[in-house]
Design a protein around this ligand. Structure first.
Ligand SMILES: [Ca+2]
Length: 225
């Protein structure tokens, strides 16, 4: 009897040990899979960041080949006049496809530069789109990236179109002053791309493998002056 009691007791202990060990291995495997998920997340994040950097580098090259090389470089910005007429949104999409956006003048020097550029590149054209609108909130003018603009160059009694007119036109006859206009009006436009020292730096980082001549050539191209 005592013997069978001992056997039962040993069986119970063995079952308990077995359960404890399987619980601990489940915990270990859960921890392990959590770590693997974390590692996977990290890998994905760095892959996305890498892709994002590559997309930006491609955009820069594309802008360089279209907006900058075909257009004009003024004060570290490149301008490219449109060939046709487009609604505001279509115009901005065309600029994006070339690696830029609709032009957003930031000060009076840029207004003067744009007046000169448009006189040469869009002869006989009185007005063209700039990348500013108040579509989201009436009276609150944002650039095409959704950022508030601190420089506004309204003509007298402008803007006056209320909720009907939400896009901004640059007028040559008004010496570069602006007015609001219905966004679905077909107008000429100017695309632009800003080249920052940061972008030049990114390009330089990739350059060490390239021959010195190629490096100098690229540096020259990226200096939008
Ligand atoms: Ca408006």
């Amino acid at each position: 009897m005592a013997k069978s009691g001992l056997v039962v007791c040993l069986l119970v202990i063995s079952l308990l040990l077995d359960q404890a060990s399987s619980h601990s291995s489940r915990l270990k495997s859960r921890k392990h899979s959590k770590r693997r998920v974390k590692e996977k997340d990290g890998d994905l994040k760095s892959q996305v960041e890498k892709l994002w950097r590559e997309v930006n580098a491609l955009k820069e090259m594309q802008a360089l080949q279209t907006v900058c090389l075909r257009g004009t470089k003024v004060h570290r910005k490149c301008y490219l006049a449109s060939e046709g007429l487009k609604h505001f949104h279509e115009a901005n999409e065309d600029c994006i496809s070339k690696g830029g956006t609709l032009v957003v003048p930031r000060n009076s020097d840029e207004i003067n530069a744009l007046r000169d550029y448009a006189k040469r590149s869009l002869p006989g054209v009185n007005d063209f789109w700039v990348g500013i609108n108040d579509m989201a909130t009436e009276g609150k003018f944002l650039d095409v990236n959704g950022m508030a603009v601190s420089f506004l160059n309204w003509d007298r009694a402008q803007p006056n179109g209320g909720k009907r007119e939400n896009c901004v036109l640059f007028s040559q006859s008004a010496q570069g002053k602006w007015s609001d206009e219905i966004c679905r009006t077909s107008k000429k436009y100017i695309s632009f791309r800003e080249f920052l020292s940061q972008i030049k730096q990114q390009q330089q980082e990739k350059l060490p493998q390239t021959p010195q001549k190629q490096k100098l050539k690229l540096m020259k191209l990226y200096t939008c002056q």
